[in-house]
Write a protein that binds this ligand. Structure first.
Ligand SMILES: CC(C)(COP(=O)(O)OP(=O)(O)OC[C@H]1O[C@@H](n2cnc3c(N)ncnc32)[C@H](O)[C@@H]1OP(=O)(O)O)[C@@H](O)C(=O)NCCC(=O)NCCS
Length: 408
């Protein structure tokens, strides 16, 4: 292919505006691979074979087949997909590669069903690698099918958000499944290989009680975490530090509302030990959108995760389950009341202020409505929407929080 002889030309021809410099070093090998085998991910046989082995395209088959048929015959896109697979197959550089790359923007005259799905081809091409890794961990064939089905299903979120148009824009998330880091377990999704990185240290005593102390946390005058990246007013803000003496830790804990307390808490070292500190391994809890979300299903998710971790990741000495979400907001206690599944879920965790701007509900409740929309125009279909609308109309906001449950 004469007009795509260099990596720059190839990237330009597929609308990829940003890619890591190191890909120049693997370009020739990837092009040779393409010259030998073409791009098998544009053929229906590839999907039929994976589906036969893993049943992973149960609800997405038609989308992948359509995208593949639109991409078939597009040599530049095929070469690009093979290059991306060659790059990402090497896990050493995966996070840098993902950070240094922007998915293609459909070039004029090209088929968006093929180009917007470019990274989905890459994801499914790595399914066999993922299945091998899961097998090495002793995971059953049945569960491998479940994991791959979730990974393949990632395109549905794009399709939902784009009125039915094909595409995929969360390759980094999809790869977590295939690199043995993200597991759908009963109702929740559990992410392994995460380190606690928030400015809070948690202490525990012999009775199993825990106390979180803010550790170098910038605090807004309201008691909320003050994100240094925010432009929020800083007047009256302060920093919550832990002071360590020979016999105590002294610091600022969090109220039932999740906000940082002004008064200090003194923890005698004779009774309290550090249970969770920056850098410690944790399991990050994610909540996919689906029904139902009952406390029973949630309980089973945690129980099953403990069992799964002990069986398949015995070396992963996680210190806590953590969750960062709008669902964790203690404000919801009053807005939704005791019988809400969301409130029952978040109360399992010890909750702590995290974000000083509250906008996740615009993605997860108001379906991507712009954060700056006049709040009077927000929908009011459910109890939550009505409560949030009146909160935003009155100038308030729902702030995301962190929660933790210490490992037993
Ligand atoms: C998690 C989830 C399934 C909980 O729903 P649920 O079981 O109905 O929760 P609750 O019992 O607390 O709901 C209380 C009320 O809020 C409404 N509600 C809950 N989540 C809602 C949402 N995302 N959008 C609109 N309304 C919602 C419910 O319909 C109910 O109102 P109603 O009595 O008028 O029907 C739901 O919020 C969801 O699908 N969220 C999207 C995924 C998500 O946000 N994940 C976290 C990302 S950080």
């Amino acid at each position: 292919m004469t007009d795509c002889i260099s990596i720059d030309k190839l990237m330009e021809s597929v609308g990829c505006r940003k890619y890591p410099a190191r890909w120049s070093g693997i370009f020739d090998a990837a092009m040779e691979e393409y010259d030998r085998n073409g791009c098998p991910y544009f053929t229906p046989e590839f999907y039929e074979e994976l589906d036969r082995k893993y049943g992973c395209f149960e609800t997405t088959r038609e989308y992948y087949l359509k995208a593949a048929s639109c991409a078939a015959g597009d040599e530049a896109l095929g070469r690009f997909v093979v290059l991306l697979i060659t790059a990402l197959r090497d896990k050493t550089y995966r996070s840098e590669d993902l950070a240094g790359f922007e998915r293609p923007v459909t070039p004029p005259g090209k088929d968006p069903d093929a180009y917007e799905m470019a990274t989905a081809f890459v994801l499914v091409a790595l399914f066999e690698d993922g299945a091998d890794e899961l097998r090495r961990r002793g995971v059953s064939d049945e569960y491998i099918r479940t994991v791959l089905k979730y990974a393949a299903g990632g395109i549905k979120s794009y399709i939902r958000r784009h009125n039915g148009a094909l595409g995929y824009d969360i390759l980094w998330w999809g790869l977590l499944y295939t690199q043995c880091e993200l597991f759908p377990i009963v109702r929740l999704e559990m992410q392994f290989n995460v380190n606690w990185s928030f400015c809070v240290t948690v202490f525990r005593n012999a009775d199993g009680q825990s106390v979180p102390l803010a550790n170098g946390m910038p605090v807004h005058k309201s008691g909320r975490y003050l994100d240094p990246a925010d432009t929020e007013d800083t007047e009256g803000s302060w920093t919550a530090e832990i002071e360590e003496t020979d016999s105590t830790w002294i610091g600022h804990s969090f109220g039932a509302d999740g906000l940082v307390k002004k008064e200090t808490t003194v923890l005698p070292k004779s009774e309290w030990q550090i249970a969770l500190k920056a850098g410690d391994p944790v399991i990050d809890v994610h909540i996919p959108a689906s029904d139902p979300f009952t406390p029973e299903l949630v309980e089973r998710s945690f129980e099953e995760t403990r069992r799964f971790a002990a069986e398949h990741f015995p070396d992963y000495k996680y210190k806590a389950f953590i969750c960062h979400s709008w669902l964790m907001s203690a404000q919801l206690d009053a807005l939704l009341g005791e019988d809400s599944n969301i409130v029952k879920f978040s109360r399992r965790f010890r909750r702590m202020t995290k974000k000083s701007h509250g906008d996740d509900v615009f993605s997860f409740v108001f379906n991507g409505i712009d954060r700056n929309t006049d709040p009077h125009l927000l929908p009011e279909n459910t109890r939550l929407e009505r409560a949030l609308k009146s909160l935003y109309v009155s100038g308030g906001a729902l702030y995301e929080m962190y929660g933790y449950i210490l490992a037993k």
